[in-house]
Design a protein around this ligand. Structure first.
Ligand code: BTN
Length: 262
């Protein structure tokens, strides 16, 4: 069981996690973190639950969050940046989790635009970033992170078993969730400082190097209309730039991408 004391002894961050709420069971850490953010909690506040009864993914999908086996948490950020940069925090979270995976369990997940971590074709982490903006500035942002850590295949609903994987299933051993969490929060904090000092350029370059789909044919579903083309690059606002068959370059800000294998 993850408890506040255990987390705090391992955590050496200054901003991320300076306020930390741990719950046994709540509906969704993103919902609670958004509510707390609207009420004014400090930058870096973390909400974590051992179990979510209404964990949410993108596009209103359900996120399976069984008790005690994953890491289900949300981080409130107040970066004070223009709202046009809100979409880039998916990338900040993705890189932070990927680097923490490497440091803690020597796994190197692939990054899938805009917000998934995959091992092979299977999802090991999902990110749900939700921003509230005031005029042209981000008022606050909630970074929701869900990681499959110690589930065995049977812990996933049958329909998900083809598409989801956990660290336990890969390493065949139980992983200390608090160590992994502390390293993720440490990476989030370093990257948070980094983008505030240097902008997102370096981070995006790193993200590109971990994405195997760049330069390859992909399909993107946006508002139910599928688009096919070559995933040429990531624009400065995080949009995917897709080269269509007719030669035009299309910018896509939100969508669900999958590779097309020839
Ligand atoms: C996705 O892949 O569609 C995003 C999944 C995000 C899941 C996490 S778990 C913690 C946080 N609380 C939620 O309700 N969702 C995010």
């Amino acid at each position: 069981m993850i408890n506040l004391e255990a987390v705090q002894t391992k955590l050496h961050t200054k901003v991320i996690g300076r306020k930390f709420h741990v719950f046994r069971r709540i509906h969704s850490t993103n919902d609670l973190a958004s509510r707390l953010a609207a009420e004014g909690v400090v930058d870096g506040t973390v909400v974590l639950a051992e179990e979510q009864t209404a964990g949410r993914g993108r596009w209103g999908r359900k996120w399976e969050s069984c008790f005690g086996k994953g890491l289900w948490f949300s981080v409130v950020l107040r970066p004070g940046l223009p709202s046009t940069q809100a979409g880039l925090f998916n990338f900040l979270a993705g890189i932070s989790v990927a680097d923490a995976f490497w440091n803690e369990v020597q796994l190197a997940p692939d990054l899938k635009w805009p917000n998934d971590l995959l091992i092979g074709e299977k999802k090991i982490c999902g990110i749900l970033s939700e921003a509230q903006s005031d005029e042209n500035k981000i008022k606050f942002l909630v970074l929701g992170i869900g990681i499959n850590v110690n589930q065995s295949s049977e812990d996933f609903p049958i329909a998900l078993r083809e598409r989801a994987i956990s660290i336990y299933m890969l390493l065949k051993r139980t992983v200390n969730r608090i160590d992994l969490l502390a390293e993720i929060l440490q990476q989030l904090e370093s990257n948070y400082y980094r983008i505030q000092k240097q902008g997102f350029e370096g981070l995006l370059a790193e993200w590109r190097s971990k994405c195997p789909h760049l330069g390859r044919p992909v399909k993107i579903i946006t508002n139910l209309i599928p688009i096919e083309g070559v995933f040429e690059s990531i624009a400065n606002d995080g949009s995917a730039m897709i080269r269509l068959q007719n030669g035009l370059l299309k910018r896509i800000l939100v969508g669900d991408m999958s590779p097309i294998y020839c």
